[in-house]
Design a protein around this ligand. Structure first.
Ligand SMILES: Nc1nc(=O)n([C@H]2C[C@H](O)[C@@H](COP(=O)(O)O)O2)cc1CO
Ligand SMILES: [Zn+2]
Length: 159
């Protein structure tokens, strides 16, 4: 008889998004993303980080102060990195697993790439205009989004 306690597709791909977030250098919010084809093949992964060539040590990770000296103008979101890391053409029908609900800017790229479903873990910025605008575009384009429902399975990885 086959093993029974294997992880579901949702657990597998959200697990990869969560694990990818561990690469983030952001001291306040680590985000991970995993893009999967319609037939459950991983297309790309990403996490939030500074653009290539913009040093993690030289660019600021501050949240407040002169906007030019905060991270916000510079950091590349996990979803954007996952999309940009993909070397194939179009992602028609793909699913995006992400640990934080996408912002309006990433949502534009999500739409243009043909992603059709978003599975997210946290929606902690639901009351911001960036998230409201993102949902407005997703609703208009028929892209579905659903909250990942954790089942409290603990998996320890020794590295
Ligand atoms: N969907 C998202 N994907 C992301 O990768 N991020 C990144 C940008 C920042 O590096 C961090 C948010 O920082 P903070 O405002 O919680 O300290 O998460 C943010 C959002 C929120 O829209
Ligand atoms: Zn974004």
């Amino acid at each position: 008889m086959k093993k029974q306690d294997y992880i579901t597709w949702d657990e597998y791909f959200m697990g990869i998004a969560i694990f990818s977030a561990e690469r983030s250098k952001d001291p306040s919010t680590s985000v991970g993303a995993c893009i999967v084809s319609e037939d459950n093949k991983i297309l790309s992964v990403g996490y939030n980080g500074m653009p290539i060539g913009c040093s993690d040590d030289e660019f600021s990770w501050e949240r407040e102060g002169n906007p030019l000296d905060t991270k916000y103008f510079y950091v590349c979101h996990a979803e954007m990195n996952a999309i940009l890391n993909y070397t194939g053409p179009y992602m028609k029908g793909a699913k995006l697993y992400v640990t934080l609900f996408p912002c309006n800017e990433c949502t534009k790229a999500i739409i243009q790439k043909g992603i059709s479903e978003i599975i997210y873990l946290s929606d902690k910025y639901a009351d911001t205009n960036a998230t409201r605008a993102a949902k407005k575009m997703l609703d208009a384009t028929g892209i579905t989004y659903r909250k990942y429902q954790p089942i409290n399975r603990e998996i320890t990885i020794s590295l």
